[in-house]
Design a protein around this ligand. Structure first.
Ligand SMILES: Cc1ncc(COP(=O)(O)O)c(C=O)c1O
Length: 338
C-alpha cells in the first residue's frame, strides 16, 4: 500500500484577515494550501474515498470526469497517487496550464470540440462520458454535480474546520459552482451552528439560482445546468455578482493587500462588499477562498484580457466601480435602497 500524504497535506486552519470590504473584519479561509492548489482536492479525495469504501473501484477501473480546471488537476493528482487510470474530458476553453498539469500527472485528456444546443460544451462533454461508460463497464463517472460524496467532503472538513476556528460566526459567504462546498457547509451549519447566516454567491450568467444563462468567462462559480446536489432550503440568501466586479475585487486585493487570489474569491468578496450596509463592525464574517491567482495571470490579471471582455474600469481595481448587488434569488432578501 502506497502512502497517501500527497493528497492529505493541507492547512485547513489558514485564514487571512481582510479589512475595507465592510465594517467588520472578513476572515478568508485559504483553500489553496494543499498540493493540488484548490478546494477541489477535497471533492476529489471524497469522491474516490467513497468509491473505495463501497468497493466500486479496483485495479481495472478507469475514472472519468468532465472538468475544465481545478477538479481535473485534483483528480489527476489523487489518481496518480493511488494508481487509478483517469480520463479528464475538457473543451477548447480549458487553459493551457491546466491541460499540461493534468497530462503531467499521467491522466488522459479528451478535448471535445462540438458545441451543444446551448452554445456551450458541457452537453457534449457529458454525452461523450455517457458513451464511454456505456462502452466500458470498468469506466466510472465521478459526476461531481450529482455525487453526494462531494458535499460530504466539505461537511467533514471545510465546515468543521471553520466551526472549530470561530466560536461565533454571524455570516458565512460561500461561492456556488457544483455547490459541493456550499451544500456541505450548509448541512453542517444548519445542524450545529444555526445562528450563522449563510449567503451563497454565484455569477451573473449562471442558472443555479433560477436565472437564465448568459456568457461567463471566469471559471469556478456558475453552471449552465442546475446541479443535482443543490438545494436552496436553509440558505439565508442567494446573491449573484457580475464577473466585472469579481475582476475589480481581485485586482484591489492584489494591490491593497498583496493577496493574489482566484476569480471565484473575487466574486465572493464582491458579494460581501455589496452587503456592507447590513454588516456591523462587531460581526464575525467568514468567507471561503477556493484558489490562488497564479492560474489567472493571463486572464483576470491581464489588462488586455480584462479590457476586451469587461472594459477599462475593472483594470484599476478601484472598489468605487463595483456595480453592487444584483437581483437576489430569494424573496425577502432584497437590498435596502442605496
Ligand atoms: C476555482 C473554483 N472556485 C470555486 C468553485 C466552486 O466550488 P464548488 O464546486 O464546491 O461549488 C470551483 C469548482 O470547481 C472552483 O474550481
Amino acid at each position: 500500500m502506497k502512502t497517501r500524504n500527497v493528497s492529505t497535506i493541507n492547512n485547513d486552519h489558514a485564514f487571512v484577515e481582510i479589512q475595507g470590504l465592510c465594517p467588520a473584519i472578513v476572515y478568508v479561509k485559504i483553500e489553496a494550501l494543499n498540493l493540488a492548489g484548490s478546494v477541489k482536492l477535497k471533492a476529489a479525495v471524497g469522491m474516490i474515498d467513497a468509491l473505495e469504501r463501497e468497493e466500486r473501484i479496483g485495479p481495472n477501473t478507469s475514472l472519468i470526469e468532465s472538468s475544465s480546471g481545478s477538479l481535473g488537476v485534483a483528480l489527476a493528482m489523487v489518481c496518480a497517487e493511488r494508481g487509478y487510470r483517469f480520463t479528464c474530458v475538457i473543451d477548447p476553453n480549458t487553459s493551457e496550464q491546466n491541460r499540461k498539469t493534468i497530462e503531467a500527472m499521467g491522466a488522459e485528456l479528451v478535448v471535445v470540440h462540438q458545441r451543444d444546443e446551448n452554445g456551450g460544451f458541457l452537453g457534449t462533454r457529458i454525452q461523450y462520458i455517457r458513451q464511454r461508460v456505456a462502452d466500458d463497464s470498468n469506466t466510472v463517472w465521478l459526476n461531481q454535480y450529482a455525487n453526494p460524496a462531494n458535499p460530504a467532503a466539505h461537511y467533514d472538513s471545510t465546515a468543521k474546520s471553520i466551526s472549530e476556528k470561530f466560536s461565533d460566526i454571524d455570516y458565512l459567504f460561500i461561492g456556488a459552482g457544483t455547490t459541493g462546498t456550499l451544500m456541505g457547509c450548509k448541512l453542517f451549519f444548519r445542524r450545529y451552528r444555526p445562528e450563522t447566516k449563510i449567503v451563497a454567491i454565484d455569477s451573473v450568467g449562471s442558472v443555479t439560482f433560477g436565472f437564465p444563462p448568459s456568457t461567463r468567462y471566469i471559471p469556478g462559480l456558475g453552471t449552465s445546468r442546475r446541479p443535482e446536489i443543490f438545494d436552496p432550503e436553509g440558505l439565508d440568501a442567494m446573491d449573484r455578482v457580475n464577473e466585472a466586479d469579481a475582476v475589480t475585487m481581485c485586482r484591489w486585493l492584489a494591490r491593497s493587500h498583496g493577496l493574489l487570489l482566484g476569480g471565484s474569491t473575487g466574486s465572493v468578496l464582491a458579494g460581501i462588499h455589496s452587503w456592507r450596509d447590513r454588516i456591523f463592525h462587531k460581526d464575525v464574517v467568514v468567507a471561503i477562498s477556493p484558489d490562488l491567482g497564479e492560474r489567472y495571470l493571463d486572464t483576470i490579471y491581464s489588462d488586455a484580457w480584462v479590457a476586451k471582455r469587461f472594459g477599462e474600469k475593472p483594470i484599476s481595481g478601484d472598489l468605487s466601480f463595483l456595480t453592487g448587488r444584483i437581483a437576489p434569488a430569494v424573496p425577502g432578501t432584497a437590498s435596502p435602497p442605496r
